[in-house]
Design a protein around this ligand. Structure first.
Ligand code: RRO
Length: 314
């Protein structure tokens, strides 16, 4: 195979565009080290809140034949745990790609506090602000509140000078793509990550006539095959609307080289894998790379840059 998957993202060079999606295989130092030792090009931590959280009651993740439903409820080891991991990593690998650091405050005030602490820290890597957690009872997603999104970014960019991306929920209407892109284009964002899970779906087990996860009477975020067309639409919609300086990370329904190729064609630069990583384990990255290279070889592409974003219209 001759194709190279090398990917430049924010002045860093990654061997390939694949990463875990935040939340999958990244809760503990052990899991993060598994990702470090895997074939993934990069990796990201579980979204952190100020204090450790146990998350929602179990069962809180369920795999179906077409994907997954989850209502984890933001379980995480707390901000300091992950800050220590990423800053230690940076010290030990001065020329390496440090992990992305995901944060998800439960309020504007908490987001400001978390990002201020990152700004004041030695961490030089990429921070992802999660504006789209669908699973905390009583806390609507910031990404669906346009005024709150703009206010948040206004406040954040008054002091935050390090590379910052946002994790967005899926949008379903051209009016919403336009409104959101107009807001995002006002800020020096490094990237947007499209998409988080489709919020508040419901899976029914006919056998037991029951829901399959315990929190929120079975409602939860949908991932996997179900969401690929929505993810591709969001990648494409933002790729074609955002300033070229704002990159797009594609997340949603990537479980084969073809899925990855489709996301890249729509304009994604990095690719994150959620449900498929959960189901297959970290060996998924090796398979995805092989499959993507095979497709590129067949089509005669030697690098991703030759086809990224070049989706044809009819
Ligand atoms: O922890 C979760 O329940 C969760 C989060 Br923070 C998120 O951003 N997306 C998701 O599907 N689950």
């Amino acid at each position: 195979m001759v194709a190279s998957l090398e990917t430049k993202f924010l002045n860093q060079c990654y061997e390939n565009p694949f990463m875990n999606a935040s939340g999958v295989h990244c809760l503990t130092v052990e899991e993060l080290n598994d990702l470090k030792d895997s074939q993934a090009g990069g990796f990201i931590t579980k979204s952190a809140t100020t204090l450790e959280r146990a998350g929602n009651p179990e069962p809180r993740y369920f795999a179906t034949s077409l994907g997954s439903i989850n209502s984890m409820g933001l379980p995480n080891k707390g901000f300091e745990y992950y800050l220590e991991y990423v800053t230690n990593y940076q010290e030990k690998h001065p020329n390496g790609n440090v992990p992305f650091f995901s944060v998800a405050g439960m309020s504007l005030k908490e987001n400001i506090k978390l990002l201020s602490a990152i700004q004041a820290s030695a961490f030089e890597g990429v921070t992802e602000l999660n504006l789209s957690c669908p699973n905390v009872p009583g806390k609507p997603q910031v990404g669906y509140d346009f005024e709150m999104t703009e206010e948040t970014l206004n406040r954040v960019f008054q002091f935050f000078k390090k590379p910052l991306g946002v994790k967005l929920p899926p949008y379903f209407d051209f009016a919403h793509f336009d409104i959101m892109a107009n807001i995002l284009n006002k800020f020096p964002l490094a990237y947007v990550n499209c998409v988080n899970s489709i919020g508040n779906g419901l899976y029914v087990d006919v056998e037991t006539q029951s829901v399959v996860i315990k929190p929120k009477n079975g409602f939860g975020g949908i991932g996997g095959d179900y969401i690929k067309p929505t993810a591709l639409a969001n990648v494409r919609a933002f790729y074609t609307r955002l300033n070229p300086s704002i990159k797009v990370i594609g997340t949603g329904g990537i479980k084969s080289g073809q899925d990855a190729f489709e996301h890249l064609l729509c304009g994604a630069t990095m690719l994150q894998v959620g449900t498929a990583l959960y189901e297959e384990g970290i060996s998924v990255f090796e398979r995805l790379e092989m499959e993507l290279k095979e497709i590129m070889d067949k089509k005669g592409y030697k690098s991703i840059d030759e086809f990224r974003g070049k989706l044809q219209s009819l």
